[in-house]
Write a protein that binds this ligand. Sequence first.
Ligand code: TRP
Length: 341
Amino acid sequence: MSDEAPKRKRIFSGMQPSGEAHLGNYLGALKRWVDLQDEYECIFCIVDEHAITAGGDPLELPRRTFDLAVSFLAVGLDPDRSTIFVQSDVPEHTELAWLFNAVTPIGDLERMTQFKDKAQRFESVPAGILNYPVLQAADILLYKADAVPVGEDQKQHLELTRDIARKWNAAYREDFFPEPEPLIGKAGRILGLDGDAKMSKSMGNTVPILAEPDEIRARVRTAVTDPQRVRRDDPGRPEVCNVFTLHGHLTDAERIPDIAAQCRAGTRGCVDCKGILADSIADAFAPMRARAAELEVHPERVREVLEAGAERARTIAAETVSEVRRAMGLDWRHAAPAGKS
Ligand code: TRP
């Protein structure tokens, strides 16, 4: 890049370390992140400190973090162009989150729909669940990101991030933090194989994208289709069938009209239809599967990427936090001499 090149806008995004990426991670986020690298300076973070906001499994977490890093690289996040790192490697995330607590009203946190949903699952709600979006705001604002690619479900957290930026600026230093824009993807909500809830590891309704074709087939076979189609030759309704929606994302566009027509006419059964989908998935991810296999035998490459990414991230993060500390008066060394009167 020449010196005169206009400065590219910066984006930040994060993903929880749920292990190997699944179809929902890919269609809802990763696919887009890969493309955004052409246009933006990108920072991609595996947010392991978000994963422990309600406890978690300390034995599983390191492996899940590593496996997600493998998935990041396998799908085409490119460490030569983007900063890829693990949140807990950069302690400034938690430090800035603490500092942001000073300007974040509890009422705003209690109003978050994700907080309300998650809180219901606990008899005694961990404070981490409530403060989750404060840490997310810190993730984004540490790097003064211009924009954040997120799904619809994170829009409210991003709105809160903008509020925190505004409140902090008003209290301590005008125009210090930008108000990052959400970049909402077109893919919409990717439903799991149950056809009901968002695809997510905790729901057990996922298709791992880097799995062997046999495993992909076995998973896709469990998918729920149009509930009104009981017998193989009953006419189906593609418009209410999640398997058909997934075909739209993964199967060659020329084949889609036939798949719809055969479903409506009852000339192709759901088992067959799911077989085609499984093949589409296995084919689409074949090159990525090969890259992941290569990284599995060279874990040192993954480690190097994460170490270098953390170092780059730390440089930016340390500068932001040092200015924030100063603005908030956390620097007794700069104390003005007490005026003796
Ligand atoms: N909360 C986000 C999710 O569950 C993950 C996340 C954490 C994130 N920090 C972020 C996303 C910063 C975007 C930017 O999807």
